[in-house]
Every structure is written in structure tokens, then in C-alpha cells.
Design a protein around this ligand. Sequence first.
Ligand SMILES: Cc1cc2nc3c(=O)[nH]c(=O)nc-3n(C[C@H](O)[C@H](O)[C@H](O)COP(=O)(O)O)c2cc1C
Length: 364
Amino acid sequence: MRDRTSHGFAGLGDLEDSAAHTLPPALWDYVQGGAAEETTLRENRRAFLRRTLRPRVLVDISEIDPTTTLLGSAVAAPFYVSPTAYHGAVHPDGEAGTARAASEAHVLAAFSTLSTASLEAIATAAPHGPRWFQLYLQPEFASSRRLIERAEKAGYAALVLTVDMPVVANRDRQSKAGFALLESPPLGNGPEIVGPARGFVPRGSTFTLRSETSSGWDVLDRIQSVTSMPLVVKGILTGEDARTAVEHGARAVVVSNHGGRQLDGAPASLDALPEVVAAVGDRAEVFFDGGVRRGADIVMALALGAKGVGIGRPILWALGVGGQAGVERVLSLLKHDLVTTMALTGRRRVSEIDASLMGTPHGG
Ligand SMILES: Cc1cc2nc3c(=O)[nH]c(=O)nc-3n(C[C@H](O)[C@H](O)[C@H](O)COP(=O)(O)O)c2cc1C
């Protein structure tokens, strides 16, 4: 019998199942669900399953080094905790537990505007980070500005502006499950903080949305005029937008379709990655998230040009099942799986993971 007792799951293979049996059904559907028919959500995984790696053999792999730097922060591995909302609804350890687990593992973690703990409490829980703050633009720029200033003061190393949610998508699974019950767990960053607009209001023959959430690219300039934290733009799927973000001073972009939760019909993130990498060149770092579950996925995203790879749902699964200890365990399992894949592909360092590692697709 395998040991599940200390963390609630034995390995990466049973984590999702364990979480499905642990979290209340409506919360589970909130975490798992995507937009509309969940085509993009499914494709995020399929994009990895289609691809193959070209391993090199008889390489001296007696020492494997998975360390790297992400926007100047030295980290133990090229993956990071993607920002996700409401950790406190998933487990009482909440964001503080996630932050401590990541920091102890020297893994970078990003925390959402919609955290259940305040951004200051998260910083206190894991003072050494490294930590990024994810911003959802507030209806008034003054409120966004206050959040930015608080994050800078609390020592966050970068500001991640999420741009793929001008309005929340229709999430059928979530609505069916009645996640509305959970729609307002207390928000740690203050009662005035609001999430992205939930829908349009009809006005005559058109539809209107709350004011400043529909800002244009100049919001990037405005943000940089009030902070010296490097700006990361999350939710980019085209070369055009990546180029524009960099022209407006973004130091990094995150290729992401929000884990299939926003535009259903958007490409799998992995399929969008090469276009963005080509557009950005060496002018900024390119990060990636969507569907990453194993070490081989991390290696594929790096081989296609990502500098860092974000993990969304698996962190929430592990937190739900085992609290802080669960997150510690999943980070350690992912690192081990990554190191094993590096060894099996003959790559000793992250810098050796390059395009020559990508093979022809299965059946291709
Ligand atoms: C339950 C849940 C909540 C999320 N909340 C946020 C959020 O508050 N801010 C944000 O930028 N992205 C959010 N995301 C998107 C993640 O940062 C990330 O893009 C996505 O989860 C990656 O896909 P994966 O879950 O397949 O790893 C959320 C994702 C999930 C599953």
C-alpha cells in the first residue's frame, strides 16, 4: 500500500483524483472548469500529448542542474506557481501555505489580486519569496495604483498584469455547479477590490462594460509610471500583441489562455508559444502556462522557447488535498520529474533544452 497519509496523494499520477475526492463538488467544478464547451481546455493537454521529444543518449548525466533565473530571480527550477484566486477556499492554509511551500523550495510564486489572504500577509508568510503580484485592473485606476504600491512596498519582485479577462467568459460547468455560492469568499486585499466584470449591460442596441477595465495599451505606460517593478503581461496568444506589449515596456509576456477559462476556441497555449517567441526574440522573457502536468511538459515548453513555465490547477489540487505540505510535495515531485526527463533526454542544464529536442508529432 502506498503512503498517501502525510500529503494525501502518492505521486503526480493520483493527485488530480485525490483532489476530486477531497474538494466539495461545486468548488471542484470551479477549479476544473473552462469556458463554454471547454475545447481550449482540452486542447491545452492534447497539445502536449501530440508532441514528442528527441532524446540524446550516452551523455554524462551524473549531475543535472535544473536551476535558472526568471526575470532576475534565481530559482531552483524553471517552473513557477501561476496566480490563482481563492486559495483559502481550497484549504485553510490558503496563500500563506502556498507561499511558504514555494519559498522553501526556492520556486517562484505569483499571487492573485483575488487572494483570500492580503498581499502583505502573503509576504510576511514567506518574506524571501521570490514572489510576483498579479493585478486585475480595477474599475478606477486609483484603486489599481494602490494595489501596485502596496505590492511594491511588500517586496514583490514583479507585477503581472492579466489582460485576457476584460470580461469573465461564460463558464458553463461552473454555472451548472452553482459556484455562485462561492462567488464571494472574503477577499484578502480589501472589500473594495473587485474581480473582472461578470457581464455586459445592454444599452440600446449595444452592450457596455464597466469603465476602465477595457483600457487600451496605454495602461501599460500608466502602470509603469507609478512603479519600478518589472511588468509582465499575462494572457498573450499572438505575435502582434506580444510585440506591442514589449514596445510598451513589458519585460516579459506570459503565453496563456487562462487555463482554457476565457476564450473557448483560442489555441492551446503550447501551439501559440512559437509565434510569440519568434515575435519577442531576445527583447523580453517569454513565460508559458496551460496544461502543464509533468516534467516532460515543462521540457517541451522550454524547448519551444519558454523561459519559465507556470503551473495552475495542480497547485490547487495539492493545496486542497494536503495544505502547505501538499504544495511542498507537488513542487518536489515536479522537480524530480523534470530532472528525470532532463536525464532521459541528455540535457544536463536548462540552457541545453533547445529546439533540437522537439520531434515529429505522434503519427506524423
Ligand atoms: C481556479 C483558477 C483560478 C484562477 N485565477 C486566476 C487569477 O486570479 N489570476 C490570473 O491571472 N489567472 C488565474 N487563473 C489562470 C492561471 O494563472 C493559469 O493561467 C492557468 O491555470 C494555467 O493552466 P493550468 O491550470 O492548466 O496549469 C486561474 C486558474 C484557475 C484554474
